[in-house]
Design a protein around this ligand. Structure first.
Ligand code: UDX
Ligand code: UDX
Length: 441
């Protein structure tokens, strides 16, 4: 099938490359000419494991191309996926300007049946608004009085992939959710995903949009729940790792998304929780449970900074090493990363910060100022009064901690992800502080 993806970011590129990989003819569009130039040169503007190799293969097989022109791409495809950003506005609403602009441009260029599919996380009722925008902007030649003579469908097909394992998630989905208004749209989407042999749930557009909101908010709630539990563990001498394990053995609960630490970040959870709270408010419901999820998440970062302050006594002029600035491992993405806020809070107290991250340093340099960036996990700790682990990159497990110990001024580690071997570290002379590990260690 001929497919266009508009917006070649983390979501759009993974979707485009993977759809091409399962046999479709895909055009990825972006309005940023630098991104298109980079992609045409066979390079990726983002880091996502496995994506580059797959992209090169698909381009070689002539099943994947890149363009800046929505017009050409619209004309040559029957199905168009929207993967443009829906960033939060200052009042918490999702900013839908990009989606509206793209819908308008599609309308101006379409000359045959199109299925327009929302991939972006959007507020409920966006489907209706896209339909209206297209109707309003279809060229006059397709309008006859109040009648529109050009057939099109709008659908919602929310994305559930996680950065860092996005290609795997796409190829092995738990479920594909299809929100449609017509049999034709359903059939086209079923056909597109057929090679993956997925479990498909078909529903109306509003329900599909709600599934996305509810799934992300529920996962965020799991994280805040375990972070609240971790706070109590610290006070009563329990170990949150054991508590999560014990809870997770109950199949109804499950172990995933019960890792306590400095809280969730990324381009989805913070924004989606905000947007769901706003959406509920606008519809006359106070979703106070979600407000608490957000508050607990914010509080975790501040609690972590207070812990560092308490243990270092004075922050001013202390040198603090940081491992990891990406919002999670295996990505270069730092959007709403806990590390950014923690670093800035410590800088405000007068700390000197040294940072290392395997993939996210270039992005971090654009945001963090007055920080020393280091190119490996060893140099970053030189002369440090403490080390903070803020992203659980696998390579941090394989470090020679004796070397780290000898390079530091004070051997104190704050593990914001409960990732390191606390007993071993204490055994070789570190003071180790995790999250919710209580007196259990
Ligand atoms: C984005 C949104 O953040 C998310 O809410 C949504 O679910 C999917 O799209 P992501 O892919 O992570 O997620 O964002 P980003 O990496 O910023 O990619 C968006 C791309 O769209 C960028 O490359 C940007 O240049 C492009 N874009 C933006 C357009 O092509 N046209 C526009 O009008 C606006
Ligand atoms: C999320 C959803 O998982 C995905 O389904 C959706 O499509 C997009 O949003 P993503 O943001 O890429 O994916 O990463 P995810 O693995 O969900 O992690 C989000 C944040 O939560 C990260 O900052 C991570 O460190 C944090 N997290 C995750 C925890 O703090 N504890 C956990 O147990 C799990």
């Amino acid at each position: 099938m001929k497919i266009t993806i508009i917006g070649s970011g983390y979501v759009g590129l993974v979707t485009g490359v993977c759809l091409s990989n399962i046999g479709h003819q895909v055009i990825c569009v972006d309005n940023n000419p630098d991104k298109i130039k980079t992609l045409k040169k066979g390079r990726l503007p983002i880091y996502e494991p496995g994506l580059l190799e797959l992209m090169k293969e698909c381009v070689k097989k002539k099943r994947l191309s890149f363009t800046g022109s929505i017009g050409d791409a619209t004309k040559s495809s029957q199905v168009i996926f929207l993967a443009v950003p829906t960033p939060p506005k200052s009042n918490g609403d999702a900013d839908m300007t990009y989606v509206e602009n793209v819908a308008r441009q599609i309308a101006q260029h379409m000359d045959s049946y199109k299925l327009i599919v929302e991939k972006s996380t959007v507020p409920a009722e966006t489907g209706k608004k896209i339909r209206r925008t297209i109707n309003l902007n279809l060229a006059k030649k397709y309008k006859h009085g109040n009648k529109i003579l050009l057939d099109f469908d709008v659908a919602s097909n929310p994305e559930f992939l996680k950065e860092g394992s996005a290609v795997h998630d796409f190829m092995n989905p738990d479920r594909i959710v299809i929100g449609v208004e017509s049999k034709k749209a359903e059939q086209l989407l079923r056909e597109i995903y057929k090679p993956l042999k997925p479990k498909i749930l078909v529903t109306n557009i509003a329900s599909a949009e709600m599934i996305k909101h509810s799934s992300n908010s529920f996962l965020a709630m799991k994280i805040s729940f375990i972070n609240a539990v971790a706070q109590i563990c610290d006070r009563v001498g329990a170990d949150v790792l054991k508590v999560a394990e014990g809870m997770g053995l109950d199949k109804r609960i499950g172990r995933q998304f019960l890792d306590a630490g400095v809280g969730y970040g990324g381009s989805c959870f913070p924004k989606d929780v905000d947007a769901f709270i706003r959406l509920s408010e606008q519809n006359g419901y106070d979703f106070s449970l979600l407000k608490e999820v957000r508050r607990i998440n914010d509080q975790q970062r501040h609690w972590f900074v207070r812990l560092v302050e308490e243990k270092l006594w004075n922050i001013k002029d202390k040198t603090i090493g940081v491992w990891g600035v990406a919002f999670k491992p295996n990505t270069d993405d730092i959007r709403s990363a806990a590390a950014l806020e923690i670093i800035q809070l410590l800088q405000a107290e007068g700390a000197k910060i040294r940072v290392y991250d395997p993939k996210a340093l270039e992005n971090a340099k654009k945001i963090l100022h007055g920080v020393t960036f280091c190119d490996n996990a060893y140099t970053v700790v030189e002369g440090c009064d403490c080390l903070l682990l803020l992203t659980e990159w696998p390579e941090f497990k394989d470090i020679d901690f004796v070397q780290i110990r000898d390079a530091m001024r004070q051997t104190v580690i704050f593990d914001g992800r409960n990732f390191l071997d606390a007993l071993y570290l204490r055994g070789i002379g570190f003071e180790y502080f995790g999250t919710g590990r209580g007196k259990a260690l």
